[in-house]
Design a protein around this ligand. Sequence first.
Ligand code: GDP
Length: 138
Amino acid sequence: MANTTLMMIKPDAVENGHIGNILEKVTNAGFQIKALKLTQLSKNDAERFYEVHRERPFYGELVAFMSRGPIVAAVLEKDNAVSDFRTLIGATNPEEAAEGTIRKLYATSIGENAVHGSDSDENANIEAAFHFAGRERF
Ligand code: GDP
């Protein structure tokens, strides 16, 4: 699984019509789409997905944001997927993100930052299983 990461296109980017632009940047960067769907997290789903941030001051805001509308979830494959995808999306805060990164182009704020990318191979595995059944992955 070292070549796999889990992406979410967050509700802000879906609302702003950026699904196609983001998928194009992802595939142009050499990632293969191994699973893909439009879905919506319930409040409980978002609480579980972001459990590690439960004690952070922005947890409630993050859960409300991530469950307010549809997202796109995808499993992506590429050598060095976790690290290369985090480079492609840029820093958490779009004001600090490098030019040309997905967050620099499409994020609105540190909270509403357009995309999620797994932060480790272990979490990529857990997050892919959170969103996709085996028969939805190719
Ligand atoms: P990431 O790995 O770059 O996504 O960043 P983190 O793991 O630190 O945070 C997870 C997510 O929580 C971020 O992508 C943001 O959506 C949100 N977040 C992080 N910091 C803040 C903050 O200071 N305020 C708010 N409202 N949301 C934040």
